[in-house]
Design a protein around this ligand. Sequence first.
Ligand SMILES: [Zn+2]
Length: 89
Amino acid sequence: MPDAPTGQPKVDANAAIRLVNTKWINKGNCPTCGQDTLGVGDELFEVKVVKPPGLLIPERAMHLFAFVCSNCGNTIFVHKKVVEDAEGT
Ligand SMILES: [Zn+2]
């Protein structure tokens, strides 16, 4: 995978897949339907902290990989920091 453009967070979906295949008890199968139909893209999703209600705190946000089941639509987010820690990066 080529390096991300300058200023963009590096995204390694393969690292997220390695984490799922080693840490999840079902080895990456969808926990809802049981099929081997989970997929992840090279995009990150951001969840921002809102505190107090209505006030965004931009420096407090989670960057997440989204695993989507193409069979049942179940979507599971995996935290980028945990993936990086598992890779030792
Ligand atoms: Zn499913």
